[in-house]
Design a binder for this molecule. Structure first.
Ligand SMILES: *Cc1c(COP(=O)(O)O)cnc(C)c1O
Length: 224
C-alpha cells in the first residue's frame, strides 16, 4: 500500500470504530492505541504521518528501543505487557503515558517504592482476567474492586485510571461478549475510573458495544 491507500485503509478502520461507538451514544468517545509490537519504527512513523499518536508495546526492551528511535516525534507510549519486577526501573526511565497491565498488589507495592524514590507518579490500569483464563495474567474479577481500592489507598504515586482486559479466547461471540460485560461492570464500580480498555483487532467492535472507551489495535492497523 502506498501512503494514500494506507490512509484510506485506516479511515475504514476508524469508520468501524465510529459505527460501534455510536451504538452506545453520540457522546461515547473511543481512543485507539496502535499496538506496534510486531511492527518496526518505520511502520510507526507511517501511521504517525496519517494522524495516529498513541502506540503500545508489550516488552520493556522493545518500548525502550522504539521510543528512543522515534524520540523526535510527539508520540504517546503505552505499556500493555506483563511487567517483571526487575524491569520496573527500565520502564520508569521511559516514563510511559499509561501502564495498562498492573496485575497484582505485590507489583503495585514494588512500583510504588520505585516511584516514590524517583518522586514521580505513573498512570496505570488494573489488568483484570475477565474470562478467568489460566494462560492469562490479571486479577480475578471478584477481587478487582478490593485490589483497586487497596492500591489507591496504599500506593499514592500510582494513579489508577481504570481497567484493562483481554477478551475471552473463544470463537463463540457470546462468550467473548460476556468477558467484556464482566469487565465493564467492574469498571462502573471503580471510584473515579475513566478508562475501560478492552478490544483488539478481532473483537474491538463488540468491546466498544459493551462500553470500551479504549481499544488496542495491532494487526489490523499495521495491516499484518
Ligand atoms: C498484542 C496485543 C494487542 C493487539 O492485538 P491484535 O490482535 O494484533 O490487535 C492488544 N492488547 C494486548 C495486551 C496485546 O498484547
Amino acid at each position: 500500500m502506498n501512503e494514500i491507500e494506507y490512509k484510506l485503509y485506516i479511515d475504514d478502520v476508524i469508520r468501524r470504530v465510529e459505527t460501534a461507538r455510536l451504538t452506545v451514544s453520540e457522546h461515547h468517545i473511543v481512543k485507539i492505541v496502535a499496538v506496534s509490537k510486531y511492527s518496526t519504527a518505520e511502520d510507526i512513523e507511517k501511521l504517525y504521518k496519517i494522524g495516529q499518536r498513541a502506540f503500545g508495546e508489550n516488552k520493556v526492551q522493545d518500548l525502550q528501543a522504539k521510543a528512543q528511535e522515534l524520540e523526535d516525534l510527539p508520540l504517546e507510549w503505552h505499556f500493555i505487557g506483563n511487567l517483571q519486577k526487575n524491569k520496573i526501573n527500565k520502564l520508569l526511565d521511559i516514563n510511559p503515558s499509561l501502564f495498562q497491565a498492573l496485575d497484582s498488589l505485590e507489583l503495585a507495592h514494588e512500583l510504588q517504592k520505585k516511584l516514590l524514590a524517583r518522586d514521580m507518579t505513573l498512570d496505570c490500569l488494573l489488568h483484570v482476567n475477565a474470562a478467568k483464563e489460566e494462560s492469562k495474567h490479571g486479577v480475578m474479577p471478584e477481587d478487582a474492586l478490593e485490589i483497586y481500592t487497596t492500591i489507591q489507598n496504599e500506593c499514592p504515586n500510582i494513579k489508577l485510571k481504570g481497567i484493562m482486559s483481554i477478551g475471552a479466547h473463544s470463537d463463540d461471540k457470546e462468550v467473548v461478549r460476556k468477558s467484556f460485560e464482566v469487565t465493564h461492570e467492574i469498571y462502573q464500580q471503580l471510584p473515579n475510573a475513566t478508562i475501560c480498555s478492552m478490544g483488539m483487532s478481532g473483537d474491538f467492535e463488540l468491546a466498544i458495544e459493551c462500553g470500551s472507551n479504549m481499544v488496542r489495535l495491532g494487526s489490523i492497523v499495521f495491516n499484518k
